[in-house]
Design a protein around this ligand. Structure first.
Ligand code: MN
Length: 430
């Protein structure tokens, strides 16, 4: 099916800012609460949120096989479960409705008033009910940096790392949308030189610059997904900040991997940008350093050129951009991740989320965590308005942004995921 929604020359009758992440070629999907307290599935063009539930009720999706209430829901799970053919039909139709020469909605003020909202009139929600969440560890630079810090340069990469995309099963209950603040976690830590742990606030709270992809129902128990079919089951991507407490992590992670150091919160951007919208930005993955087992051998361009940046904003101050990286640095691509995840017959459902792992690049300015940027706190990161940071301090806000851009295609962006770190939670006493 043609991706007519991606037509780079198409213009919309809506007024959009020049540098927007959300031109008519993007058409992401999200869930929002309207000014009338109605929850609905929507899309975004420029700085307008568009109510797809209302558009559907008004007949604008006639001819596309959709259930009546498919967009009148508080999650995208059912729409995602409808599969790639339906996503494409809907995205193409939305593009037609807002195409500049199409008068149907453009000239119908009554309908426009029902369907189109300013961004300040809506409140973005978590776009999917995430059933299962898995976090990969797929940047060779990040794995090498962290391994060097914990085990020395010679043993930086574990023997399995170049043979399989390492991951752990995370927790979905603490995944939150952009704008929801997070409390500094408390837990067990082993102070340097001590023989017994202490309990208290984490002193090494960190972000992880990641992206995450969201799947549709992919396989039954026992079935596996071939690596070169895996993209059929990927709906789209979001920006992902995998909050981490490095002192808790260091004490707890042996032998089963991260637990409480990671599951206190992870933040995502609210608009899911479809894999289809990113089609013009395909690139090769980094060269593989080992011959892979056949089930991991992917062919063609399976990675995407997505510029990423992290900004840190202390309370009441200007932000400082502290890292610039790219999704394309990821050593294991999403197809390999999904093929590996299911090779043993583990089922993947609509609304599952797979984190990339911290997306560090080859140079220090591209590192995707404070752990690496400040190299365990040895090289504090300077801030624009004075002061510096080894890790994240109370009332700091961490903002991740991402976008793709080329000379041939309009910018396709993700907006941002912005999260403030609050002090340790204090129970209210009467
Ligand atoms: Mn992570």
């Amino acid at each position: 099916m043609p991706l007519s929604a991606n037509n780079p020359t198409r213009k919309t009758w809506l007024e959009t800012p020049k540098q927007t992440d959300f031109p008519i070629q993007n058409i992401p999907f999200g869930v929002f609460l309207t000014r009338d307290d109605v929850i609905t599935i929507g899309t975004r063009i420029g700085n307008y949120a568009i109510d797809l539930g209302a558009l559907h009720q008004l007949g604008y999706f006639d001819g596309i096989p959709l259930t009546d209430d498919i967009f009148l829901q508080d999650t995208l799970n059912d729409f995602i479960a409808d599969g790639r053919k339906t996503w494409r039909l809907v995205r193409n139709r939305i593009s037609e409705i807002f195409e500049e020469s199409n008068p149907a909605l453009r000239e119908n003020k009554k309908h426009r008033d029902i369907v189109i909202f300013g961004l300040d009139e809506v409140e973005m929600q978590l776009p999917v009910q995430i059933g299962d969440y898995t976090d990969f560890y797929s940047s060779i630079e990040h794995a090498t940096n962290v391994g060097t810090m914990f085990r020395g340069k010679e043993n930086a990469l574990m023997p399995n790392w170049l043979h399989l995309p390492v991951a752990y099963h995370g927790r979905s209950s603490s995944i939150i949308p952009s704008g929801i603040p997070v409390h500094r976690p408390q837990g067990q830590k082993l102070p340097n030189g001590a023989t017994a742990p202490i309990f208290g606030p984490s002193r090494l709270v960190d972000f992880e610059l990641e992206m995450a992809f969201i799947t549709t129902a992919a396989n039954q128990l026992g079935e596996s997904i071939p690596v070169n079919e895996a993209e059929e089951y990927i709906f789209g991507l979001v920006l992902f900040n995998d909050w981490s407490a490095r002192d808790i992590q260091k004490w707890e992670y042996v032998p089963l991997g991260p637990f409480l150091a990671k599951n206190f919160a992870s933040s995502i951007s609210p608009w899911i940008v479809t894999l289809d919208a990113l089609e013009p930005f395909r690139v090769d993955s980094p060269e593989q350093k080992k011959e892979l087992l056949p089930y991991l051998q992917s062919s063609g361009k399976k990675s995407f050129d997505i510029n990423l940046e992290v900004a840190l904003q202390p309370e009441g101050k200007k932000e400082t951009v502290i890292s610039k990286s790219n999704f394309k640095y990821m050593y294991w691509n999403m197809s390999q991740q999904l093929a590996h995840h299911t090779v043993n017959g583990c089922p993947v459902n609509a609304g599952d989320m797979m984190g990339s792992g911290t997306l560090s690049g080859p140079t220090p300015s591209t590192y995707g965590s404070m752990l690496e940027l400040s190299w365990r706190g040895e090289k504090p990161v300077k801030l624009k308005e004075g002061g510096d940071r080894k890790f994240i301090e109370d009332n700091d806000t961490v903002i991740i942004r991402g976008f793709s851009k080329s000379n041939e295609h309009p910018r396709i962006g993700f907006g941002e995921v912005s999260t403030k770190l609050l002090p340790v939670f204090e129970p209210k006493t009467k």
